[in-house]
Design a protein around this ligand. Structure first.
Ligand SMILES: [Fe+2]
Length: 236
């Protein structure tokens, strides 16, 4: 543990709290994304593959990286412990490998087209987390965990329709991320106690908005296939 770690009990004037409505805003953003999901029955195999592939392109190499930025950004002992547990589980149980197996079995390993579809918005997240502000990274990661957990039945449905029976990733994350989300809110509360001055709600939700755009592209990037056609015809 680094020397700048402080326990919340060290703070005499612990008067700050998470602004009212923060969690409700995050829950509503998750609900809006889920409500916008296309009906799996209406999706073509290419459309189903695209959602799985773009999800994998975002999560496989970035989840642990972004959670690590949360670890580096927090100052409270409680938040360090909570994120330490989360990271250990990711690494120990090889969650990126689990996701790779899931994508392979659904014939949805990301191609350069899938990676390019999410590239711009993923880059925005990288710039955002580089500022290492715990009060806005933790809401983003709570949003991420909350979305992932509730997205799993849909993702599993797409994979099964792709002929896959490799569902360890969706089964594990449909369960463990409930607890992860709660713990991240607990970490946020611990961090807020250490804040200097009042916290601005919109600033705290900045990362949620940036990540929301990534997830919208994962779900709705219907131009991917058109782009593929354009690239193919240009190369002819
Ligand atoms: Fe995970």
């Amino acid at each position: 543990m680094t020397s700048n770690v402080t326990t919340s009990t060290d703070v005499v004037s612990a008067t700050h709290c998470v602004p009212p409505g923060t969690r409700e805003y995050i829950d509503r953003t998750i609900q809006d994304l889920l409500a916008s999901l296309p009906d799996p029955q209406q999706l073509s195999p290419v459309g189903r593959r695209g959602i799985i592939a773009r999800y994998t392109a975002v999560l496989e190499g970035n989840f642990v990286y972004w959670m690590t930025s949360a670890y580096l950004s927090v100052k409270s002992w409680e938040a360090h412990q909570i994120i330490d547990d989360n990271l250990r589980e990711e690494v120990r149980d090889n969650h990126p490998g689990m996701l790779r197996r899931f994508a392979m079995a659904a014939h949805a390993v990301p191609t350069d087209t899938d990676i390019m579809a999410v590239h711009g918005h993923v880059h925005e997240v990288r710039k955002f987390i580089g500022r290492l502000r715990s009060e806005s990274i933790l809401p983003m990661m709570a949003f991420f965990e909350g979305f992932i957990q509730r997205f799993m039945p849909y993702l599993a449905d797409l994979a099964v329709r792709q002929g896959s029976s490799e569902l360890e990733y969706t089964e594990v994350h449909g369960v463990v991320d409930v607890g992860h989300t709660e713990e991240l809110y607990r970490a946020l509360n611990a961090e807020v106690l250490l804040a200097h001055g009042p916290l601005d709600k919109m600033r705290m939700l900045e990362g949620v908005e940036i990540l929301r755009k990534v997830l919208e592209v994962v779900i709705h990037h219907s131009n991917t296939e058109k782009l593929e056609t354009v690239v193919a015809s240009t190369n002819r």
